[in-house]
Design a protein around this ligand. Structure first.
Ligand SMILES: Nc1ncnc2c1ncn2[C@@H]1O[C@H](COP(=O)(O)OP(=O)(O)O)[C@@H](O)[C@H]1O
Ligand code: SF4
Ligand SMILES: [Mg+2]
Length: 358
């Protein structure tokens, strides 16, 4: 696997702390139209509404939030599969939302995706060899025709599947094996970044850990940077170096995994963590469970001010009037504490009784 292997290890890469992706004020509004012929725009689904974050070389950034909060839309924007309404996605300093033609194609090769559902994301009529080798049709320079079969077999081996399976069809594999096929396809072009949109959510719990372990091994081997999306905080903890929590098209809180899991300051993160089961009875004792009431409001008509205010037990008048910015809370500014990380809440504060056990 000499060509596939990039030498730099994860620790080394993390030491450089170079952002490979910088997302700045990213917005995606889907127009809501009325009328059959003369479509008139009557509103917009604000799926992603001003999100900023960095992805560092060699790290895994987890993105977590309830269904419908805009995670997949962020993934598609990073992949340039959707056109941003506004904002920037800088890949090594170059805004990929403005690229087209050859320049876009070159960038796309370096940013690949692994999809959520291994049952529907693989074409049932194609052999595994054709599925994994499909990216070579668009980028023949990576593997000339004569080398492709060998290359696909190498990729099967890399993800822990028998290289002889190259002529089999997706239905001949289990869910976990299919996701390995999806990962092999994601690796085919030797990318730098892989956007993983709920890659293990459709798998049995016992298989989830195997796939996550495989992804961690591949990250070290090929010095990959991951954006790892999940709706469940407990899944991303194992794999993430940092975690961002999304709510209704916005980033509520972002920090290292220790900051988010042990010192959350945003009421939404605190509520999500209070619902994560804790196996250790001692750690469970005295822990307060916050039950979120009410549904997630529609992204076509989000609440004014703080979007979480209709479900927040701490909400005050200010929360309806002013949009809280994602920043280190005033309370913790200049302090050497893990609570001093970015949180979009006017009243951000640690709440020790909801801290999750490791
Ligand atoms: N192509 C689209 N057209 C209109 N609305 C969309 C489209 N794609 C997603 N949405 C809406 O945008 C919001 C965010 O969706 P999505 O990014 O899929 O969330 P998640 O992945 O967090 O579940 C949802 O309300 C969804 O219905
Ligand atoms: S800004 Fe207000 S409503 Fe929003 S999370 Fe903070 S306390 Fe709750
Ligand atoms: Mg999704």
């Amino acid at each position: 696997m000499a060509e596939l292997s990039k030498q730099a290890g994860k620790a080394e890469a993390a030491g450089q702390r170079e952002p490979i992706l910088q997302v700045r004020n990213l917005v995606k509004h889907f127009p809501l139209t009325q009328g059959l012929l003369l479509k008139k725009q009557v509103g917009a689904v604000k799926a992603v509404d001003g999100i900023s974050f960095d992805l560092y070389q060699g790290e895994t950034l987890g993105i977590v939030g309830e269904s419908g909060c805009g995670k997949s839309t962020v993934a598609k924007l990073l992949m340039t599969l959707e056109t941003a309404t506004s904002g920037e996605v800088l890949y090594k300093g170059q805004d990929i939302t403005k690229l087209s033609g050859r320049a876009l194609k070159a960038v796309r090769r370096n940013i690949q995706m692994v999809f959520q559902d291994p049952y529907t994301s693989l074409n049932p009529r194609m052999t595994v060899g054709d599925i994994i080798g499909e990216p070579f049709e668009i980028h023949p320079e990576v593997a000339p025709k004569g080398d492709r079969r060998k290359r696909v077999q190498e990729l099967l081996d890399v993800v822990g599947l028998n290289p002889e399976y190259v002529n089999r069809y997706p239905h001949q594999f289990s869910g976990g094996q299919r996701q390995r096929i999806g990962i092999a396809r994601g690796l085919a072009l030797n990318p730098e970044i892989i956007i993983c949109d709920e890659p293990v959510s459709a798998l049995d719990v016992s298989v989830q850990a195997q796939v996550i372990n495989l992804m961690e091994r591949l990250q070290d081997e090929f010095n990959l940077s991951y954006v790892f999306i999940a709706h469940d905080l407990s899944i991303v903890r194992h794999i993430s170096d940092r975690v961002g929590v999304m709510y209704l098209g916005k980033m509520a809180e972002i920090g290292t995994d220790a900051e988010i899991y042990e010192h959350p300051t945003h009421p939404y993160t605190q509520a999500l963590l209070s619902a994560v089961p804790v196996p250790d009875p001692e750690a469970r004792e005295g822990r307060e469970r916050i039950i979120l009431t009410g549904d997630v409001p529609s992204p076509a008509n989000p609440p004014s001010g703080c979007r979480f205010r209709t479900r927040c037990w701490k909400a005050e008048d200010k929360c309806a009037e002013e949009v809280p910015l994602l920043a280190v809370p005033t309370l913790y500014q200049g302090k050497d504490t893990p609570a001093a990380h970015a949180s979009a809440c006017h009243f951000a504060e640690e709440k020790p009784s909801v801290v999750s056990a490791a």
